[in-house]
Design a protein around this ligand. Structure first.
Ligand code: GDP
Length: 531
């Protein structure tokens, strides 16, 4: 136990992930948050990985740079008495299992939606993971300075596509060229829209009471607002914070990240409504960061250093209780060993710095000589706890992989195993045969190219990839209760097993999954694999 632990440090922490479909405005919003936190003087300096289509080799260079810092993965800043950790969820084509895993380290999520487009495909996938974790989800509907969909339609969209209730905290008046501002339903005042100097500086706010705005905005906008408020007051959900905490109700905000409009209001409400770091399950009990003062953490991401001369890696850990100081000795549960953790760097907006101390809620990158796997627990010596494992997420792309030069079998297997250990790919085998054939599953297609590139450059092995038509995977949750050989399958189903010999089914068509469930009533299938 650490008797000197300052719980106030933990209480003021907020750790969240920002999720969005590419181009919805995640980078822009993050930038504006940092601006308010004073972490950067002028917005525009966050090096967002943009939408440009990178060649794989370019992407690798970026990864190499990233490999030595926590830079684009976590940003910490202070605002309004809070210490905020924003976790970046990579989007675009480098979308991979890491994106999902990052959500395992967050205590809440901010979902950015493009007001002109509504809910998009990528948001759905990420959102499912938030739902599984039952973490609070806050919605920022962006780009109201442009033509946007009707706000009621946007709420309907979130509710029907994502299956979560919504509660608008503020409400837009007009959009695009005729965007007047947002009305705060709780404070009952309107924030008049005024774009900051090209969205660069903090915007001046101009708040008006409902009466006062009558004189400022045109009558048709005013009447529409009154009508909308009546509709909302009658029909929308009340702000029930228990439901928000359970991830059943999402508080919704409207604004425009680019012009910095509505961002500060959102940030303030959000910080106020979210909680300090939440507890995590270990050995059947919750490790509570506000009560348990010993250090504990789990590994949620491993970043390889792609430099052949330096095979070291960075393990990203989420601290769950207590305090970290450099060089501290901890117990690594999975390795059953005491180790010293060190060499962590953290990003404060633009500059990398050595972390002097970190608390529950914080994410740090620790030096890993190759001993960690995703989901591993680190804790103060003497505690010997084990956090619940991180689920394996369903890959949607599969390929058969083999080395071209059969003499290089050893390097091939080693490379594939190591890359799988980092969590970039998942490996499977045919159900009834040995290791001759390796089937690789990935969450994002780009990972196939990454695999081929890395095997060649780091392990000197050329491989051939044959894509398989399967797109859906299900873990069998009760393999001991069913006879795997006798499963009544469909013609597009294939049985495979993972490295722990656990049986899985892969399918070409989604409807076959239901059919197999109907034909085999005893079979229990799951979209996530658990250790
Ligand atoms: P990300 O892919 O989700 O990180 O999206 P970005 O933040 O990179 O934004 C994508 C594009 O949308 C960029 O060109 C931004 O300038 C633009 N954008 C972001 N927010 C807004 C907004 O509120 N209004 C308008 N008009 N454009 C925006």
């Amino acid at each position: 136990m650490d008797k000197n632990l300052n719980f106030d440090e933990i209480k003021k922490r907020r750790t969240f992930a920002i999720i969005s479909h590419p181009d919805a405005g995640k980078t822009t919003l993050t930038e504006k948050f940092l601006l308010y936190g004073g972490a950067i003087k002028l917005a525009g300096s966050v090096k967002g990985r943009k939408t440009a289509k990178y060649a794989v080799s370019d992407w690798m260079e970026i990864e190499k740079e990233r490999g030595i810092s926590v830079s684009s993965s976590v940003m910490q800043f202070n605002f309004d008495g809070y210490c905020i950790n924003i976790l970046d969820t990579p989007g675009h084509q480098d979308f991979s299992e890491d994106t999902y895993r990052t959500l395992m380290a967050a205590d809440s999520a901010v979902m950015v939606i493009d007001g002109g487009k509504g809910v998009e495909a990528q948001t759905i996938k990420l959102f499912k993971v938030c739902v599984m974790r039952k973490i609070p989800i806050f919605t920022f509907i962006n780009k109201f300075d442009r033509e946007a969909k009707d706000p009621f339609e946007l709420l309907d969209d979130i509710e029907s596509v994502l299956g979560i209730r919504t509660c608008p905290i503020n409400w837009p008046v007009g959009c695009g060229k005729r965007f007047k501002g947002v009305y705060d339903r709780r404070k009952k005042h309107m924030l008049l829209f005024k774009a900051a100097q090209a969205g660069m500086k903090e915007v001046e706010t101009n708040e008006l009471s409902l009466d006062a705005i009558q004189t400022v905005i045109e009558k048709d906008f005013y009447d529409k607002l009154i009508e909308d408020m009546e509709l909302l007051d009658g029909a929308s959900d009340e702000l029930d914070m228990d439901k928000v905490s359970a991830g059943e109700l999402s508080p919704v905000f409207f604004g425009s990240a680019l012009t910095n409009f509505g961002v500060e209001t959102f940030l303030k409400y959000f910080l106020n409504m979210t909680t300090s770091p939440i507890g995590r399950n270990a050995n059947g009990r919750i490790i509570d960061p506000m009560k348990d003062s010993f250090f504990s953490a789990f590994v949620f991401k491993i970043q390889a250093n792609m430099n052949k001369a330096h095979r070291d890696r960075i393990a990203f850990i989420r601290i769950c209780s207590g305090k970290y100081i450099p060089g501290m000795e901890v117990y690594h549960f999975q390795g059953n060993k005491k180790i010293r953790i060190n060499q962590s760097t953290q990003m404060m907006a633009d500059e990398r710095k050595i972390v002097e101390e970190a608390y529950a809620g914080d994410i740090i990158g620790v030096f890993d000589s190759g001993i960690f796997s995703i989901g591993d627990t680190l804790c103060a010596d003497g505690e010997k706890i084990q956090f619940e494992g991180i689920p394996t997420f369903a890959p949607g792309y599969f390929a058969r992989v083999r080395q071209i030069d059969t003499m290089k079998r050893k390097q091939f297997t080693k490379g594939v195993y190591q890359i799988a250990q980092e969590g970039a790919i998942q490996i499977f085998q045919e159900f009834n045969t040995g290791m001759e054939e390796i089937i690789v599953g990935v969450v994002g297609e780009l990972q196939f190219e990454v695999l081929t590139y890395r095997l060649k450059s780091e392990y000197n092995v050329e491989v051939k990839l044959d894509r398989l038509p399967y797109e859906h995977i299900r873990w069998i949750e009760n393999p001991l209760e069913v006879d795997i050989d006798k499963i009544q399958g469909t013609s597009d189903m294939k049985k495979i097993k993972d490295l722990k010999d656990r049986p899985l089914l892969i399918f070409i068509n989604p409807w076959s999954i239901r059919m197999v469930e109907e034909r085999n009533p005893k079979l229990r299938l799951s979209e996530f694999g658990r250790d």
